[in-house]
Write a protein that binds this ligand. Sequence first.
Ligand code: ZN
Length: 562
Amino acid sequence: MGDTRYGCIRNGHTRSAYTRRDVVKTLAALPLVRLERARPELILYNGRIATMNPAQPDATAVAIAEGRFLAVGANKEVLALAARQTRRVDLGGARVFPGFNDAHAHPWASGLEALKYVACDKTSIEEITAALHARAADTPPGGWVQGYLYDDGKTPRVLTRADLDAAAPDHPVLVRHRGGHTGYVNSRALGLVNAKAGMADPPGGRFERDAGGELTGRVADKALDALTAKIPDELTRDDHRRAVALISKLYSSHGITSVCEADTSPDGLQGYQDAREAGELTYRVYCLIGVDYLDRYIGAGVHTGFGDSMVRIGGIKQYADGSISERTAWLAEPYVGIPDYTGVELGTRESLYQNSRKAWRAGFQLATHANGERAIDRILGVYEELQSEFPRRDPRFRIEHCTVVTPELVARMRTLEVIPVPFAGYVNFHGDVLHFYGEERTRRMFAYRSFIDAGLRPPSSSDYTASPPSPMLWLYSETTRRDPSGHVWGENQRITVQEALRSITLHGAYASFEEHEKGSIEPGKLADLTVLAQDPLAVPPEQWLDIKVERTLLGGNWVYES
Ligand SMILES: [Zn+2]
C-alpha cells in the first residue's frame, strides 16, 4: 500500500449488537477488512461483490472515504461503521466487480473523430456513400470529407475509389478503417500526394492496386500517413477537451474506470488535463507518449509515473508493424489467399533500438506495437539487449497486441517477464477476417492461455476504435473463442472466467505499475467499481454480450447511472 494509514486489519473485535455466533459465522464466509480512522462517506451494501482480492474474494458491502475503499465485508459489519452523514446505497443483490481496465485504446483520438468525422460503422456501401455525400454538400469544394469507424469485414464488398469519387467528386475524401492503419480515399485525395499507378510504395506503406495495376484507393500505414499529412490541422485546444469528455461518457457506460491511452501527443495530454479540470474526465488515464515527442518530455524532465491517479504519464509508444484487422501485421508466413504478402514492417531495428535506448535511459517504460511474429521477434531482441546493457529491476516491457506468437517467442517473453497486451475481443468482433490467418495460425493468436501458462500477466484491451470498449465482449471472446457465427478459432487459447476477470482488472493495473492502487476491491485502493444489471457468473456465456452496466463508481463518485 505504501501508506501506513491504510494498514488492513481483520476485524474480530467490533459490533456488540450481534451475537458472537453471528459474527463468527459471517466472518468465516466474508471477513471484514477495514482501514483505521476515517469515517465512511458512502456505504454500498447488499451487493454480490467479486473483489478480485484473493485474501477476500467475496463481499456484500463496502465503505468508502476520501475516494478509497475503507472497509470491505458483510452487510452488517460494514453498515455498522456508518456515521450520521454516511450515505447508504442498497445494491439490490447486483453483481459488482472492480472498475474495468482497458489496457490499450485510443479514446482521445476517437473522440476527435467522433466530433469531426462521418461515422461509417454501417453494413452497406450505399449508406456509407450517402452519409459522405451529405457531408460533402455541407463542405466547401476542396475541403476534406473524412469518415471513421469503417470496417471492410462488415460490408458485403470493400469500399472503392470509384464509390468515393461518386459520393464527393469535388472534395478529397478519406475514410479511416476502425483499426487505424488503413484508409480509403478518392481520386482527389490521391492526386494531392501525386499517387499514380506504376509508382513505388513508400517504405512501411502501401497504395493497394487491383489486378490491372490501378490504385484501388485503399492505403496502408506510411501511405496513409502521407495523405493525413496533407490535411490541415484545424483543431483547437477546446476540441481536445471535448473529445476526451465525449469518450469519457462511452467508457463509463461500459464500467471502465481506467484506460491506457496508447498514443498521446502533447495536445492530447492537454485535452486530458483540461477535461479533468472541467470535471469531465471520468476514467483514470495512463498516457503512452508517441515516440516523436520523446525529446520534449525528456527536456521537461518528465518520465513514466509522473502525474497522479487521474492523469499519468505512461511509457513511450513505438510501432514495429501494421494491424491485424486490416491485414498489415508483419507475419512469418504469408496471409491466406494473398500470395507472397507478409504485411508491413514499420521502423528499422536500428531506429527501434535507438529510440528505445534513449527512452529507457530517461526512465520511461517501453511500449511497442508488434502484431506479427517478425515484429515481436525484433522488439524482443531490442528489449533483451537493453536489459543486459542497462538492467532495471522491474522493467515491465510491454508489447502492444503481441498477437501472433510461437512457443519460442513466449519463452523469451517469460525470461524477460514482458507484458503482452492482447486484443481482448477480436476473436468475436473481428472473426470475419480471421480466415486471412487460417485455422492453424489462430491457435497462436491472442494467446491468452499460452501467456498465462508462462506466468505472464496479459491485460485486456480494445484498441478502440479498432474494437468496442466492451468488457462483456472481452469476457466472452477470451473464454469461448467464438466468432458471431459460432465458429471457434484457436480453442486451445481459451481461458477461464476467473482468469479473464483478472486480466480485465488486476493485470491492467499491473501493466501501468498501479497494482497497489487499483484492480481489486480492497481497503486502501481507489474506490472504483462497476455494478452490472445482470450477473455474468450466474448466466451462460451466450447472454453476456447483452449484459448492461447499471452504474459506475470512480473514486467514490457515480460517473454513470443507467
Ligand atoms: Zn493502438
